[in-house]
Ligand binder design. Structure first.
Ligand code: NI
Length: 248
């Protein structure tokens, strides 16, 4: 159930039975010649919807712009600085916590967000840690990457061997093709070469990876693969979220 389709009164009564929420978080950035700019936000959003379909869990509004400074040399990319994203996450969580939410499960679609989301959690915990004897309700945050479950690694290996890649991956492109068949793109491209080294800023990234991909053969993606990735990840998320809520 999406928070945005509920009334405040429904949310208030939901809080009597569960204090958890899933928050999709992604990015708005180039994803190579056929990957959609919204890929990293679309994937966790679609997977969260599938994961909660039978559980009645809540899904908060997607944070669809993330820490993506390294993609800014490609048109259409939007980035929040790490400090801005930390502030966004902190205010998002504390807004919901004010009225009783306690467990925040961030379902992430963008590797570049991981360090910053971790720092945001530390900032949130610092709010109560610095307040000796705080009586605030306990807030607990968790980050899960939709692509990070062992079941997804196994499926990626089965479908693409070692060609799924690191950015504009065939698996993430496949999930968007499954969700939005009307937006499937086609383009000629060669297999992606190995990355020569780690990238730094946006200009450096574009110089190293001229078409935007990192080691990814995005053209291997199909909507049928996407359905398998989305449903496999959703089953993992449903289990992982339930375990998170049950933690003592
Ligand atoms: Ni991505």
């Amino acid at each position: 159930m999406r928070l945005q389709f509920m009334t405040w009164a429904e949310v208030e009564s939901h809080l009597e039975t569960s204090k958890g929420i899933i928050i999709p978080i992604g990015s708005t950035e180039q994803h190579g010649p056929i990957g959609l700019i919204g890929t990293d936000a679309i994937c966790p959003e679609v997977i969260a919807d599938l994961a909660v379909a039978e559980t009645g869990a809540l899904i908060g509004p997607t944070i669809s712009v993330g820490m993506a400074q390294h993609h800014l040399a490609f048109p259409g990319s939007i980035a929040l600085r790490p400090t801005t994203l930390i502030a966004v996450i902190k205010d998002y969580v504390l807004s919901l916590a004010r009225n009783g939410f306690e467990r925040f499960y961030f379902l992430n679609g963008h590797g570049g967000n991981i360090a910053t989301v971790g720092a945001a959690f530390s900032e949130i915990y610092a709010e109560t840690s610095f307040e000796r004897g705080s009586r605030r309700p306990p807030i607990r945050c968790k980050l899960a990457n939709w692509f990070g479950f062992p079941e997804i690694a196994a499926l990626s290996k089965e479908l693409y061997a070692d060609r799924d890649g690191r950015h504009a991956t065939a698996s993430e492109v496949a999930v968007t093709q499954y969700a939005y068949r009307e937006h499937i793109k086609r383009a000629e491209m060669d297999p992606a070469p190995p990355a020569p080294r780690a990238f730094c800023d946006a200009e450096d990234y574009r110089k190293l990876f001229p078409d935007g991909r990192i080691e990814a053969d995005s053209f291997l993606a199909t909507p049928e693969h996407g359905e398998r990735f989305a449903k496999t990840s959703a089953a993992c998320v449903a289990k992982d979220f339930a375990a998170f809520l049950a933690e003592t």
